[in-house]
Design a protein around this ligand. Structure first.
Ligand code: F6R
Length: 632
């Protein structure tokens, strides 16, 4: 039945690391098979955030298992145009940084469209690139990523299925999505060179990778109509194409989104809740007013067989939703409420909020943060990264000016700070979008954010010793592109957890932030908690982990396991807490495609959750913060 929805074979892996490793193994065996035949292996390569783990694993296979790339010829898909080859953001640099410089591939076997090709002969250069593909005998295995608009390579929506290598005008959506590689949208090239769709389709085998926040476009490409408006949909016509995706990227496939449509449904309580909530929202009815007809007319007749009456199903789901709502996120003391989302005991609890960036705590769970503190729990915040790349240069000189003025005001020798200010101004005046900040400037940017986080904790009422800055090393690259998590990140986190021994942990379960920082932060926590559990650490047995979503999205209503309502006053108090993060107001670098400020996103999102609960027939609150429990 799934096949009738999915028109491209899809392999789903639990994590992007597992998916990447499987594809790396496939590539390795292809390379070796060709070596045995004394033949070359032609690989079509992609760039962007998606293949980074794949390249990392290929490098590991080379270094640790002796995989040689001497018989490998690579053909890259695309390049910005124009761009200096050596610019940090060029795909030429990307490929050398992540793969080519780290393996034994022959330089003459590397082919990447050249961002320095002369404009007056660009057509000829593009044609010559096509000929290279033909000369090497075509691509054996093409690796693809997918843009959120469905592009493959840089073939934007509207690209002809007959297109060949050419210069293309980048979609605004693509430029916004790739702003993270440059320092501001105006610096993102407007043009790019890309291999065409017809050239991609000639590859003997295609593997498209997609992780995390690509669920919507993956479902459309795999299950929707084939159209030039969604270039990846053309892959339905390829006879050897596979999508390798992680669980997150698979959530919009019918088999996961509405599994009852694929037949043979195993009706768990969670699935009943999902189906009934979706039905009520679709029909704009409260849960308790759904009728048997509503079920039968919407493919849910199966459910009617499960229970005595439709009202029993409605009540079951209504109670499930009702029982998620609590004003006592740390558990209600001295009360026995079996269906309450949290335990009453112990009280007060040792609560640890992990905040990936210095403002996620207040943005994503500010109301709950304040409640936990006000209800007497010992609340600690662990700021996982410094967040230093999201501070504008102007803030640096402003604060250095302050430091110099402060010392002058109190008769402190300010020669040193004066020099730091002068050096910083000189560096920033010359700084190009391809330059990384100096370590000194990064440290100052980190300090600015650290002070904002401290001020927020004080605003909530925390003692100074209850905020902690972990400055996880994976983040400290100075660039948007981060390192994968390392043993050191895990060690820092495990030591920290062992010191605090929390009864309750909150962390950002949001895997869709534009730079992937939240994802790595979450993986580090998961790995640390798992290891502590495996080692039999005592406190871990009594520790519950709750996930909140970061600034970018919210949990689906049916997924929510704890819903913490907020009064209008609490909404305002949270807003002022977010305002403390002045360096993040107005135009923040790298904020992604959403132009709204963080406090606006948070308020709209929390009001929206409250509104959805009310639409389903539950009490109407001003706002609700939502959490899902991670069972480990
Ligand atoms: C890159 C490329 C693009 C990307 C796509 C996804 O060579 O051709 O199609 O694969 O834009 O980008 P990420 O992986 O950064 O989400």
């Amino acid at each position: 039945m799934i096949e009738s929805f999915e028109k491209i074979p899809v392999k789903i892996f639990t994590t992007s690391t597992e998916g990447s490793n499987a594809v790396a193994a496939q590539i390795a065996s292809l390379i070796k098979e060709r070596q045995a035949q004394k033949a070359n292996c032609v690989l079509g390569m992609a760039t962007g955030s998606t293949p980074i783990l794949l390249y990392k694993e290929l490098v590991r296979l080379h270094k640790e298992e002796g995989l040689s790339f001497k018989n490998v010829i690579t053909i890259n898909l695309d390049e910005y145009y124009p761009i200096d080859k050596t610019a940090y953001q060029s795909y030429w640099s990307f490929m050398h940084r992540h793969l080519f410089d780290l393996v034994d591939i022959k330089p003459e076997n590397i082919h990447i469209p050249n961002g320095e090709w002369a404009q007056d002969s660009i057509k000829e250069s593009c044609n010559a690139y096509e000929q290279i593909i033909e000369k090497v005998g075509g691509i054996d295995l093409q690796i693809l990523g997918i843009g959120k608009n469905g592009h493959i390579g840089f073939n934007e929506p509207g690209s002809s299925f007959h297109s060949k290598t050419r210069v293309i005008h980048l979609d605004q959506q693509t430029r916004i999505a790739n702003t993270y590689e440059f320092h501001d949208i105006n610096k993102v090239p407007k043009l790019a060179i890309t291999v065409g769709i017809s050239s991609i389709m000639k590859a003997k085998k295609i593997v498209l990778l997609a992780w995390g926040n690509k669920a919507e476009i993956v479902a459309k490409a795999v299950e929707g109509v084939v159209t030039e408006q969604l270039p990846a949909s053309v892959l339905q016509n390829h006879d050897d194409c596979t999508f390798v995706i992680d669980e997150l990227a698979s959530t919009d496939l019918t088999r996961n989104k509405s599994p009852w449509l694929t037949g043979n449904t195993d009706w768990t309580p969670a699935l009943i809740k999902k189906a009934v909530v979706e039905l009520a929202l679709k029909l704009d009815k409260t849960i308790l007013s759904l009728t048997a007809n509503d079920y039968t007319e919407n493919n849910l007749a199966d459910l009617l067989v499960l229970k005595e009456s439709v009202y029993d199903i409605n009540l079951q789901v209504f109670y499930m939703l009702r029982d998620t709502i609590t004003g006592w996120p740390g558990g209600k003391p001295n009360a026995v409420i079996p269906a309450h989302p949290e335990r009453s005991n112990p009280h007060p609890k040792n609560v640890l909020i992990f905040s990936p960036h210095p403002d996620d705590d207040i943005i994503s769970m500010g109301g709950t943060f304040m409640r936990l503190h006000d209800q007497g729990h010992e609340v600690h915040v662990g700021y996982q990264t410094s967040g230093n790349i999201a501070v504008t240069d102007e803030f640096v000189t402003r604060f250095l000016d302050f430091a110099v003025g402060f010392e002058e005001l109190f008769g402190i020798d300010n020669k040193k700070s004066q020099t730091i200010l002068t050096d910083a101004r000189a560096f920033l005046a010359e700084k190009k979008s391809t330059h990384l900040d100096t370590a000194e400037i990064r440290a100052i940017k980190g300090l600015i954010r650290r002070c904002e986080a401290k001020a927020t904790c004080r605003y909530v009422g925390l003692k100074d010793e209850n905020h902690h800055f972990l400055d996880l090393p994976f983040y400290e690259t100075g660039a948007i592109e981060k390192k994968p998590m390392s043993e050191l990140d895990i060690k820092i986190t495990m030591d920290f957890l062992n010191k605090l021994k929390p009864h309750q942990i909150y962390c950002a379960g949001d895997l869709a932030d534009p730079h992937g920082t939240h994802k790595v932060c979450l993986e580090i926590i998961f790995e640390s908690v798992r290891r502590l559990k495996a080692a039999g650490t005592d406190w871990v047995k009594d520790c519950w982990v709750w996930l909140y979503k970061g600034a970018w999205q919210e949990w689906e209503i049916a997924e929510i396991e704890m819903a913490v309502p907020m009064s209008p006053d609490q909404v305002l108090k949270k807003r002022f807490g977010i305002f403390i993060h002045q360096s993040q107001k107005d135009s923040v670098p790298f904020q992604g495609s959403d132009a709204r400020e963080f406090w606006q996103r948070a308020e709209i999102r929390n009001a929206n959750t409250a509104d959805l609960y009310a639409r389903l027939g539950l009490t109407k609150y001003a706002a609700i913060e939502a959490f899902v429990r991670w069972h480990y």
